[in-house]
Design a protein around this ligand. Structure first.
Ligand SMILES: [Zn+2]
Ligand SMILES: [Zn+2]
Length: 305
């Protein structure tokens, strides 16, 4: 019987180390950049030796390259298309290098693969929307995996399920965001005054890893304004203007200027005017509007405790 030890007197052992941790969140289909350093216990030259990426089958093979003082294997692998947990392995198969057998070495990679979650939002809806008039608004979508959503479709439906607007998502993310992609849409406002809840839908293109997502949004439609209400807001005790007061005549709202003056255009009728400013007590007054009107209102500094 041949003694294995004497036949292979100098088997060297290998160690594998990931150079970068895997991403903390791995989404289906994303590209994984895997770099692993391999070293021999006897510091052999491992350039061009074989390294394998496997699940149950071989996913990819590469040859080690020398980088500085390391032997590095690189893989560009695609994460699985189905969410779940996967046991991948980096395998250095047993191979002879410089006349010496190098033992197999393995490094397990546990992958938790997540679906692409998508959130949808609606903004820039005019306040109020004017009955029977076209109005524009923005629908934005963001994938947790920060996918570019260009070319995916947005549709908007009313309460009765009638499609009122469609738009394609553009190429550029919303300013100051990394991955909020958006479409500008135009729809015709309802003919009657009231509060409406419509639904925006994200319709993914067929090859997309995304699912359809819906989001409701509400708005008020009102008659167009007819008369200008000019509100000057001053401090009751000093008589000086209060900068940038907030004035709300349902559903219209405005911020005043540095001279404390806010203007709103509202329909004829009886209105409540709500006035506020930081540091002051809020005030609500009744106002009958049957023509352009100017009012001057005084606010009292809010007590501090
Ligand atoms: Zn060696
Ligand atoms: Zn995505």
């Amino acid at each position: 019987m041949v003694d294995e030890i004497t036949e292979h007197p100098k088997e060297h052992s290998l160690s594998l180390n990931l150079l970068d941790p895997l991403p903390s969140k791995i989404y289906t289909g994303i590209q994984l950049d895997i770099r692993v350093a391999v070293s021999c216990s006897q510091a052999c030259d491992l350039a061009s030796s074989l390294l394998r990426l496997s699940d149950d089958n071989i996913l990819s093979e590469t040859k080690l390259e020398k980088e500085d003082d390391k032997y590095v294997g690189k893989f560009l692998a695609k994460a699985p298309d189905v969410p779940g947990t996967y046991n991948w392995q980096l395998i250095f198969p047993q191979q002879e290098i410089g006349g010496t057998v190098h033992q197999e070495a393995r490094l397990p990679l546990l992958l938790t693969v997540l679906p692409h979650e998508l959130s949808l939002n609606v903004w820039d809806v005019p306040l109020p929307v004017v009955i029977r008039q076209d109005f524009s608004f923005t629908v934005g979508a963001k994938c947790m995996a920060e996918c570019n959503l260009k070319g995916d479709l947005i549709e908007v439906y009313d309460e009765g399920g009638n499609k009122l607007a469609t738009g394609l998502i553009g190429d550029t993310p919303w300013p100051a965001t990394k991955a909020v992609y958006f479409a500008r849409l135009v729809a015709k406002a309802p003919a009657a005054e009231g509060v409406y809840t419509w639904t925006a839908k994200f319709i993914p293109s067929p090859a997309s890893p995304h699912k359809e997502v819906s989001r409701n949004f509400s708005f008020r439609s009102s008659r167009p304004g007819e008369h200008t209400v000019r509100v000057e807001v001053v401090d009751k005790f000093t008589g000086k203007p209060i900068r940038r007061p907030y004035v709300f005549i349902k559903p219209y709202r405005a911020y005043g200027d540095d001279n404390g003056v806010a203007s709103l255009v509202v329909p004829k009728g009886d209105h409540q005017v709500f006035i506020s400013a930081p540091g002051y007590q809020e005030k609500t007054i009744e106002l009958k509007v049957d023509g352009d009107v100017q009012i001057k209102e005084e606010l009292i500094i809010a007590p501090t405790f």
